[in-house]
Write a protein that binds this ligand. Sequence first.
Ligand code: FES
Length: 324
Amino acid sequence: MGQKNIVTCIDAGSEYCPCYLAENNECITCSHLQGKSFCDCNWSGVCIYQEFSWCGNMKKNPRETIESKIIEKKQFGENVFVFKFHVSKTLARQLKQPGSYIFVRDMEKPLYFDVPMSIMYADEQRGEIHIAVQILGVKTKALLDCQEKMFIKGPYWNGLIGLKDLKGTEDKDVLVVGRGIALAPAMLAVEYLLHHHNRITFVIDPGKTGSAFIEDYFNGLEMDKVYLNLRTEEGLKQLSHLFRQKSYSLVYSGGSDLLHQSLKDLIAKSDENIKLVATNNHEICCGEGVCGSCTAHTINGKRIKMCKAQVDVEEIIERGNIHG
Ligand code: FES
């Protein structure tokens, strides 16, 4: 994020800004819309307060739940399913950015069955998005009954912390590490990084899910692939060895808090200015900054809503606030 202690909102300047938070003096970015009488937003090209005024002191229309046709549902191993959906080309384009996710729900189930799922692949030409679901609990089990259609709501974008560093990386060596079901969101990041002429070493830890569900997506992509079991000491040793082999500018951590912490420790030991981007593992419930289930605290004790806020990734890890 460059400067420390800066919290920005992933939705700022999008068609969903200003939102409910602005109407309630809780805007993540705009000090006026936090009830203060001064302007202190680290101007990023959009005045949320002005937008709010233009909208008659009201929020813009929030994201809507839509019915989406299931093009394909395919099982991998015991408990992973890949769902392919038909969506509008606009939505597919909006969901191409690293960190994108949607809420999905069986159409027979009530609202509280909404569950966030990372986008693994988006094709704006065909109007198609793919997600990988690990069947774990009540909400994901309910998705197994869906044959023809599903409710989806999106686009949401805050699935990664440290997005600005990822987006600012061009023509560099990047280490991408993904474990289990978190290999799915790594694919959008990998595509983005390759598009920006980066050279990727992709460490794949199949974890409990296996990696068969993403093989079709990364086959053919030009990068070095290494399979490791990062739950073992040997695996971590090999990761450390790999890490020292190149002068990486960015490390992507896709997995649990433990993985984030291991990679952060490697970076700290290296004494290099290596940026870290990590999957956002906080409990996302409403995705709109309203319910509070994703609340975390930065090093300085600032309360932030992790469904919307982008912070320097170290600020969260140091508090042990990235969940797995
Ligand atoms: S998920 Fe509800 S406030 Fe963040």
